[in-house]
Design a protein around this ligand. Structure first.
Ligand SMILES: C[S@@+](CC[C@H](N)C(=O)[O-])C[C@H]1O[C@@H](n2cnc3c(N)ncnc32)[C@H](O)[C@@H]1O
Length: 337
């Protein structure tokens, strides 16, 4: 399937759309920033309310087509930029006074379905895994990255205990011929790992997650994106993140914990204490998850977690604690190939 076909025939179901809308209340108008436009599900739902404006971004050029359609429909209320959300400050600023900045992380159904991208185990096309605006592909990583670094990536970014064994096997294979497709990579990994009886998951799932995260620098993108969003939001603005795996959720949870008073409040029955070392006056303690009906309708939503927080009046400051917590991700994702 090529990219154009996927855009026309595949439908992306926006995850937890009702919950997002009830948190941001677009019926009262305002400007909203959609950092992960994808199929435009969130943006479109917001623009249905006449007093709203949406600034949307996405790193993937295939989203431009849907964005152009929306721009035609709402020329004065919608703007789109093909950009990474770590560069949010290049296209948005505090004077916009956004009511909410929204992240819906991971891949869209278009990206997953597009065989040219190589995100699926069955893809016989070029081992790509690029979301857009990348410096290198999965092919470069798998065929040239130092064996030790590859092992670390698979272990940490894939949470795969067999990272070293898998990296060794990849290294051995590529010294005879390059690994060209996702299908080839998946079969090398499946040979290394022995299937346990009731395990329905493809044994390459964790390694694929790791390579995808590395190729797109997804964790450091998220950390920078959260920081930029918190800088752009002013008092009362809402930061919402929908994440799909535990590494992402840990970052979001820690960001909200460290920059709110959640950890420091003596009792959950008392109102949150305000002090200078916080950015949020409210942060949800437990994530919101999709209900059984949504999971039944859209299986992709099953691992989604929604967290949000409301910005206070304090100016943004760099939390060394937050940076230090995730310094390893910077070291890992910045590894040269
Ligand atoms: C799950 S989809 C979003 C779907 C969208 N909410 C909808 O309802 O159609 C995630 C999108 O985020 C984009 N994306 C992921 N990481 C990004 C980043 N660092 N910067 C900009 N866009 C990113 C992907 O290209 C993808 O299109």
């Amino acid at each position: 399937m090529n990219a154009t076909m996927s855009l026309e025939k595949i439908k992306h179901h926006p995850v937890m759309l009702d919950q997002v809308l009830s948190i941001i209340s677009p019926q009262h108008g305002g400007t909203f920033i959609d950092c992960t436009f994808g199929g435009g599900g969130y943006s479109q739902a917001i623009l249905k309310f006449p007093e709203t404006k949406v600034l949307a971004i996405d790193r993937d050029e295939i989203t431009q087509k849907n964005a152009d359609l929306l721009k035609k429909k709402f020329p004065k209320r919608f703007n789109f930029f093909q950009e990474k959300f770590s560069n949010l400050d290049k296209v948005a600023h505090q004077q916009l006074n956004p009511k909410a900045v929204i992240f819906d992380l991971g891949l869209s159904s278009f990206q997953l379905a597009d065989e040219n991208r190589g995100f699926s185990f069955e893809s016989k096309n070029f081992l790509n895994m690029e979301m857009g605006l990348n410096e290198y592909s999965a092919y470069d990583v798998i065929n040239t990255l130092d064996k030790g670094h590859l092992a670390k990536i698979i272990k940490i970014l894939g949470e795969e205990k067999d990272g070293k064994i898998i990296a060794n096997r990849i290294h051995k294979y590529r010294s005879t011929k390059p690994i060209k497709t996702s299908k080839e990579l998946a079969s090398i990994i499946n040979e290394v790992k022995r299937k346990k009886k009731n395990n329905k998951k493809n044994l390459a799932t964790k390694t694929f997650q790791a390579i995808r995260i590395f190729v797109n620098r997804e964790l450091t993108e998220l950390i920078s994106g959260l920081i930029k969003a918190a800088t752009i939001l002013s008092n009362g603005g809402i930061l919402i993140v929908v994440s799909f795996h535990s590494l992402e959720d840990q970052i979001v949870k820690n960001f909200f914990n460290l920059y709110s008073n959640l950890k420091k409040n003596p009792s959950r029955y008392l109102p949150l204490l305000e002090n200078k070392s916080s950015l949020f006056r409210f942060a949800l303690k437990k994530p919101i998850t999709p209900d059984a009906y949504e999971i039944h309708k859209n299986i992709r939503s099953r691992s989604a977690k929604l967290r949000y927080a409301i910005r206070n009046n304090n100016s943004f400051f760099n939390s060394e604690e937050f940076k230090n917590k995730f310094v390893n991700y910077y070291k890992l994702e910045e590894g040269r190939i």
